[in-house]
Write a protein that binds this ligand. Structure first.
Ligand code: SF4
Length: 291
């Protein structure tokens, strides 16, 4: 099955392989501290969906070095680095703080781009001004957690913003030259395959430049775990999940980049689906089925 993978896109754009070094910032999330919600999205762990990030200690270049060090055996010296601010909501801060951390990130000799994970309702004018000033000089990616375009489903998992907020955010980000990546979850409670595909269509129509798909997985310590234990959650099997992915790929216009076909939860707290636990097997399956 043909799709535009992140690896191909990065080679086309940067002329080399790229590695995303996950780096924590000193931020939290407005869906946890009461500004727009409490308790967070029900699937979100204590680490704010960023368990693979390096510690939030030291300068940003030091944190980037730490993240690179962890994978130095796997990536070559010629691999470019994307500083990936993954955990929590990385624009839930002052414009001055964002400006400072982006400046620090780009001062690292191997960093060619930044990718900023955030919520679409956390992009006020001051933050957009900062993003604009960097996107004029460097590649800037912003990753938006849409998960679904269905506001009813979003209410169930406590997203705490309406889909129209996402639409406006994509338009504003694209206006200032930022590359938008949309996160979509397949397998959310109550959604049919058609609902899931509708989320993909919605993101494409909104103008997203890339997508990241993942299946709903359950982590210990989350409210989703409580619902799962009570028998209220059905998780997708590997075949069910990738059948949906295959249909989703068919909906993507040429040029929309697939940054991820599926995600993997942190092993220590991952409860299910069990097939996501063996990463090597999942990769082999993807290679057999999609490459
Ligand atoms: S918006 Fe992101 S960080 Fe905040 S609760 Fe939801 S998944 Fe977690």
């Amino acid at each position: 099955m043909k799709y535009y993978s992140a690896n191909s896109y990065f080679r086309d754009r940067f002329g080399c392989r790229m590695y995303k070094a996950s780096v924590s910032l000193d931020v939290t999330c407005p869906n946890r501290d009461g500004r727009c919600g409490t308790g967070g999205c029900i699937f979100c762990s204590a680490g704010g969906s960023g368990e693979f990030s390096s510690e939030a200690e030291g300068s940003v270049p030091e944190r980037i070095d730490l993240a690179i060090e962890k994978v130095s055996a796997k990536i070559g010296e010629d691999t470019g680095i994307i500083a990936y601010f993954q955990s929590f909501t990385n624009t839930y801060c002052s414009p001055e703080y964002l400006d400072d951390v982006l400046g620090q990130a780009f001062s690292h000799p191997r960093v060619k781009a930044v990718s900023i994970g955030t919520r679409p309702d956390c992009l006020p004018d001051g933050i957009l001004e900062v993003l604009k000033s960097y996107s004029r000089r460097y590649p800037v990616f912003v990753e938006l957690g849409l998960q679904t375009s269905n506001d009813g489903t979003a209410k169930w998992f406590n997203r705490c913003y309406e889909t129209k907020v996402y639409d406006e955010a994509v338009a504003r980000l694209k206006d200032i030259g930022v590359n938008v990546i949309t996160h979509i979850i397949f397998g959310l409670k109550g959604e049919s395959t058609e609902d899931m595909l509708e989320s993909v269509r919605h993101a494409v129509k909104a103008g997203t430049d890339g997508v990241k798909f993942t299946c709903l997985y359950v982590l210990k310590g989350t409210r989703l775990y409580d619902e799962y234990k009570a028998g209220g959650i059905d998780l997708l099997s590997r075949e069910e999940y990738f059948d949906i992915v295959e249909k989703a790929l068919e909906l993507l216009p040429e040029g929309v980049v697939v940054h991820r076909l599926t995600g993997d939860g942190p092993k220590k707290i991952l409860v299910g689906p069990s097939w996501t636990m063996n990463k090597r097997e999942v990769v082999n399956y993807i290679n057999r089925r999609f490459r």
